[in-house]
Design a protein. Structure first.
Length: 476
């Protein structure tokens, strides 16, 4: 029989001041709920049910069918939330149930596995994951006796001596599912908050002669949750510093970590330098020996080795090795840039392939294009890929030379080694090796200024003369 996992995600989080469930607030770009799901998955616990409540459709939408949910219509407390998943628990009643808070993102594989091991070895009814902290404010306090723990007391229900206890309830528990089901519906809302506390199960189990004990997590952050924006920022800071430390240990150089945010799944090769203001998220992978930043945001982007990315935005882009990009470049989804290419200032590339050693040095837009190797783009080239209705592709062969301010009206192809004359608006396919000129021919009208400007220049000269005389008179 497989274990059951219930993630509590019904709370509103009034103090976050959002109209979404609190568990969707993000830490390093991922909802807290996702962190908890990932921790379960990494521990191999994938029989998950999520209790949604306030604005629960956001959670259903976010999960997109990945895991089942149950709705908690009225939020009457953590015990009441678990009651909503009773059918799910009954499906595997001979195994263990892991209960987690969706607003405590730092739960980890080691803690989940370590607590289960102890739980089964000692044949306990319930094992509560706890941590010992300097400031226990806001958390349930662990009251111990000689046999283990005797109760969890919420802050609002604490007497003075209980309030001083520094061992706190992380909100993560392993229960014997059968034992949990035996006492779950005996919980009463007889406490300071008038809620059904899941934590009351501990006292009820002990009354029946069952065993309850703690697993003290080695992860000092395991209990940390976010109830307001300040605590959410604190979680972000902790996660951010942890990731930067990991990359420092891996041989990555940071000269200043101001504004540097690196997501959990980002990989960076040794010897690379990350400068200030870099935000690296999603499945971004950077090879060895790169210099990234300042001010570079890469999401789901793969970068080879020995690249320089200065002031670059890239989303869902693949970049080869030895590529130099920036400053002020925007690379949009579906872009693939081959080795040794050069992408210069104010260039935007979308859904296009750029061949080996091709140079796009300045002020250019390339959209929906297939560009060969060793192509040179002059300044200000535009692939005109959209006619207001449909998008079309532009094809440019190897070694082509695209003159400054060329418009390439797609669908169109430029042959290999072909040229376009500067300022051309190309509407026809260009054969290999040809030069295309598509612009008005020059017309020069001699003496035009004499006819058109005479009056204006004379007036201007007269005015200047007057001013000079006036200045001279004032001096004398
Ligand atoms: C809970 C624990 C406390 C522990 C703390 C750790 C109880 C009674 N208290 O307190 O001992 O130290 O977590 O973070 O369990 N939720 C629902 N439905 C509800 C109420 C809550 O789904 O009706 C969800 C919330 O979305 C949240 C989790 O349960 O993800 C915890 O709820 P919260 O109200 O934050 O509990 P705490 O007061 O923090
Ligand atoms: Ca909480």
């Amino acid at each position: 029989m497989k274990n059951s996992v219930i993630i509590l995600a019904g709370g509103q989080g009034k103090r976050m001041k959002i109209d979404k469930p609190k568990v969707l607030c993000e830490v390093l770009g991922q909802p807290m709920l996702e962190w908890v799901i990932k921790a379960c998955e990494s521990a191999g616990e994938t029989n998950i049910c999520i209790v949604r409540g306030f604005a629960g459709h956001f959670i259903t939408n976010y999960l997109n069918g990945r895991y089942p949910t149950v709705l908690q219509r009225d939020r009457l407390g953590t015990g009441h939330a678990v009651m909503q998943a009773v059918d799910f628990l009954r499906e595997n009643s001979d195994s263990n149930a892991l209960i987690l808070c969706g607003d405590a993102p730092f739960i980890d594989k080691e803690t989940i596995e370590g607590a289960l091991k102890l739980h089964t070895q000692k044949n306990r009814s319930v094992t509560v994951v706890t941590s010992v902290v300097d400031n226990p404010t806001g958390y349930g306090r662990i009251v111990r006796n000689e046999n283990g723990i005797s109760a969890i007391v919420e802050e609002k229900d604490c007497d003075d001596s209980q309030r001083n206890i520094r061992e706190i309830n992380s909100g993560c528990y392993w229960f014997k599912t059968k034992d949990l089901l035996d006492v779950l519906f005996e919980i009463t809302p007889d406490n300071a908050q008038g809620e059904y506390y899941l934590t009351d199960c501990i006292g009820l189990l002990i009354k029946r002669g069952k065993t309850a004990d703690a697993y003290i997590s080695e992860n000092e952050n395991v209990s940390l949750g976010a109830n307001d924006r300040k605590s959410l920022l604190r979680l972000n800071t902790i996660a951010r510093e942890k990731n930067i430390n990991k990359h420092l240990d891996n041989g990555i150089e940071f000269t200043c970590t101001d504004g540097v945010i690196i997501g959990n799944d980002v990989e960076i090769g040794a010897g690379s330098v990350i400068n200030a203001g870099c935000v690296l998220t999603g499945n971004t992978k950077i090879g060895n020996g790169c210099v990234v930043g300042p001010n570079t945001c890469l999401n789901d982007t793969v970068v080879g080795r020995d690249c320089i990315l200065n002031n670059v935005q890239a989303n869902q882009t693949e970049i080869g090795s030895g590529v130099k990009i920036g400053p002020w470049v925007n690379l949009r989804p579906g872009t693939k840039i081959a080795n040794n290419a050069k992408i210069g200032d104010f260039v935007e590339i979308k859904n296009s392939v750029i061949g080996d050693s091709t140079s796009v040095a300045h002020l250019t837009y390339i959209g929906d294009s297939d560009v060969g190797e060793n192509v040179n783009f002059g300044c200000g080239v535009v692939t005109v890929n959209y006619n207001g209705d449909k998008k079309f592709r532009t094809k440019i062969g190897d070694n082509a030379f695209i003159g400054c301010n060329t418009n390439l009206i797609a669908p169109v192809s430029v042959g290999s080694c072909a040229y376009t004359a500067a300022g051309s608006t190309i509407t026809k396919d260009i054969p290999d090796g040809a030069l295309a000129i598509e612009r008005g021919s020059a017309a020069i009208k001699e003496g035009y200024a004499d006819r058109m400007l005479k009056n204006r220049v004379e007036k201007f000269n007269a005015k200047k003369e007057q001013e000079a005389e006036k200045a001279k008179a004032e001096k004398e």
